[in-house]
Design a protein around this ligand. Structure first.
Ligand code: ZN
Length: 409
């Protein structure tokens, strides 16, 4: 096995590990250096730095301080990398930490983060998923088991000062359009909980006040939450600073397209074995603004689906113009209503859509006024037959198993 350049101790606070950071800023010092062609291993915390526990209460999901996330391992400096290059990253393998063979999924309270269906599920809930080699199942969501499509939710290179300023300006301007919204429109810099890696002194204070939050995906990649960016994928990242500064974290054992549950996929602590290379001047040569990638040659094979359609007419019956966000929400709500007929609670069904290898497609965006989105639910992940038939659905679950829920304080 290649050398482990960054280690994390799950019993230690991530704030005590100076090879970890939770903001994007060009001044975060490189945690280590490698050469083009090198392969190496980075260990990572789960995205909350160990705050969410393997237990049967959702209080931690309700109470988590979301200004602390995401804890990333890095940045890794790559010798010879310069602005305008492409950093080529092969995800050679990814796994869970040997002492942490489980992950979590949850929904944030609408008062603390919310999520895609927060108006339908406004309270904090959680499910724990155990790993059995390449498979996972949950004591809180019976009747499903599936193979993991392991991937980093978050990976990207450091921004330069100009790009950082662009991010902060456009997001702060956006928040100003509706500053009292719950949940908020975006997350501005927040120095109090910033972790700037090994940066110290005055430079640290300045960078902590400016550091971009890690929540949204941006031009550099970052928190894209793409399930297909999995082990075996090859990614081409824009480089903005000398050394590139590659950081990774927020590992997922599995996730449905959209990461609709927001807290989050099946979140885990783990390790990434990767190899880096450079394409000099690659951004201009290939006209690249955002990362591109090739998927893994190996993915879980689920080729039978029940596919739910949704259109851009919201729950109140209001017409929206080609809005794929609303169309996908309707497809998800339709799938949840369907799964409830087999005995799942709405929360359990929502958790399945957020964690299983569910596909989401933008199926049509031209047929005015309705966009059409589809949610592809793999039928073979269930212990029972979920397909429609003339006799109607059989209730396979008796409701005796439920997901922990925590009322707002
Ligand atoms: Zn995540």
């Amino acid at each position: 096995m290649a050398e482990t350049l960054i280690k994390v101790d799950l019993k230690q606070s991530p704030y005590e590990n100076d090879k970890v950071h939770n903001r994007w800023h060009p001044d975060v010092p490189m945690a280590c250096w490698v050469k083009p062609g090198d392969d190496f291993v980075l260990e990572t915390y789960d995205w909350t730095g160990g705050y969410i526990k393997n237990d049967d209460s959702a209080d931690d999901v309700r109470d988590v301080d979301l200004t602390t996330v995401h804890f990333l391992s890095g940045p890794v400096g790559v010798k010879g990398a310069e602005p305008g290059d492409l950093l080529v990253v092969d995800l050679l393998d990814i796994g869970a930490k040997p002492d942490s063979q489980w992950g979590f999924n949850g929904f944030f309270s609408k008062q603390n983060g919310g999520g895609f269906l927060t108006d339908h599920f406004p309270l904090a809930q959680k499910s724990i998923w155990d790993f059995h080699g390449m498979f996972t199942d949950s004591r809180h969501v019976p009747g499903v088991r599936y193979a993991g499509l392991i991937h980093p939710g978050l990976i990207g290179c450091l921004p330069d000062p100009k790009l950082l300023e662009t991010w902060n300006r456009r997001e702060i301007d956006f928040i100003a359009t509706d500053p009292d919204r719950v949940p908020g429109l975006a997350n501005p810099p927040f120095a109090a909980t910033a972790h700037m890696g090994a940066l110290q002194g005055e430079a640290r204070a300045k960078a902590a006040a400016e550091g971009a939050r890690t929540v949204p995906p941006r031009e550099h990649g970052g928190n894209c939450d793409i399930k297909d960016l999995s082990r075996g994928a090859k990614i081409y990242f824009p480089v903005y600073v000398d050394g590139a500064g590659l950081s990774v974290g927020d590992l997922h054992f599995s996730q449905g397209d959209g990461e609709i549950t927001f807290c989050g996929a099946i979140e885990m602590a783990g390790w990434v074995h990767m190899k880096v290379d450079l394409i000099k001047g690659g951004m201009a040569k290939y006209g690249i603004k955002n990362p591109i990638f090739k998927p893994s040659p190996i993915t879980p094979k689920y080729d039978d689906y029940l596919i739910f359609e949704g259109i851009s007419v919201d729950e109140a019956g209001k017409q929206h113009y080609l809005d794929v966000h609303i169309a996908y929400r309707q497809a998800c709500l339709n799938a949840i209503e369907y799964l409830k007929k087999f005995g799942y609670s709405g929360a359990q069904a929502y958790s399945i859509l957020g964690t299983a290898p569910v596909q989401g497609h933008i199926s049509g965006v031209v047929d005015i006024p309705n966009a059409c989105a589809t949610l592809w639910l793999p039928t073979d992940i269930f212990d029972f037959d979920i397909k429609p038939n003339a006799n109607g659905p059989t209730k396979f679950l008796d409701g005796s198993v439920q997901m922990p829920i925590s009322p707002d304080k």
